[in-house]
Design a protein around this ligand. Structure first.
Ligand SMILES: O=c1nc[nH]c2c1ncn2[C@H]1C[C@H](O)[C@@H](COP(=O)(O)OP(=O)(O)OP(=O)(O)O)O1
Ligand SMILES: [Mg+2]
Length: 204
């Protein structure tokens, strides 16, 4: 089976991707299996950072690579923490630290103004210098709760209220989150591009 390296060190993402790619004809292998070290995310957008991570993992592993750059954009904070979501409370902080900072920043913001969205950029490269990467983006709208709820998922999930389901992202069964989330939607878009690519003669 064709192997693709998954350019992420985030256990929560890896967990979701293992379910999202379960029925694919490719084997998605975490970058840790190739000793790919973390690379600095110097881009100005989710797309740029996803490409940086995918190219880096492909260069080190010698395999095609898929990367996810994602984060939470809060309207009342002009889109923060955005691409800086993982380092919102500082370098090498926990999800709990970031959630705590987010609640502090929104302390005086009423419910109706706590709208936010998760964004996900997926980038796939066949080689580190692939000039025709596949890139998909998706968005998931919600609202920031006043206190955490739920135990599932990772990151900001306990603070992200999903109107359509009437609960936080951390209270959703995994398969429901994977069907409707920013990451789930980006993988669905990627599946369409992938199928189209498969129909072009000469492309793997
Ligand atoms: O479904 C999600 N549910 C909750 N939180 C989420 C989600 N998706 C992204 N997030 C948050 C986590 C982290 O604070 C940031 C991603 O940052 P991002 O740089 O893409 O990932 P990361 O540094 O954790 O791992 P890596 O770069 O190795 O993939 O957004
Ligand atoms: Mg990161």
């Amino acid at each position: 089976m064709n192997r693709v390296v998954l350019a992420s060190g985030n256990a929560g993402k890896l967990n979701e991707f293992s379910q999202l790619f379960a029925n694919w004809q490719i084997q998605v292998v975490p970058q840790s299996e190739f000793q790919v070290p973390e690379i600095e995310e110097t881009g100005l957008s989710f797309i740029e950072n996803a490409l940086i991570k995918a190219r880096h993992a492909s260069r080190i592993s010698g395999l095609p690579a898929l990367a996810d750059d994602s984060g939470l954009a809060v309207d009342a904070l002009d889109g923060a923490p955005g691409i800086y979501s993982a380092r919102y409370a500082g370098e090498d902080v926990s999800d709990a630290d970031n959630n705590h900072k987010l609640l502090q920043m929104l302390a005086d913001v009423p419910e109706a103004e706590r709208t936010a969205s998760f964004h996900c950029a997926l980038a796939f490269v066949r080689r580190y210098d692939d000039p025709i990467p596949l890139v998909c983006i998706a968005r998931w709208c919600g609202r920031i709760l006043e206190e955490p709820a739920g135990e599932q998922g990772f990151g900001y999930d306990p603070l992200f209220y999903v109107e359509s389901e009437g609960m936080s992202s951390a209270q959703l069964p995994r398969e429901v989150k994977n069907r409707i989330s920013h990451r789930g939607q980006a993988v669905q878009a990627f599946a369409t591009l992938w199928r189209e690519q498969m129909q072009c003669p000469g492309r793997e």
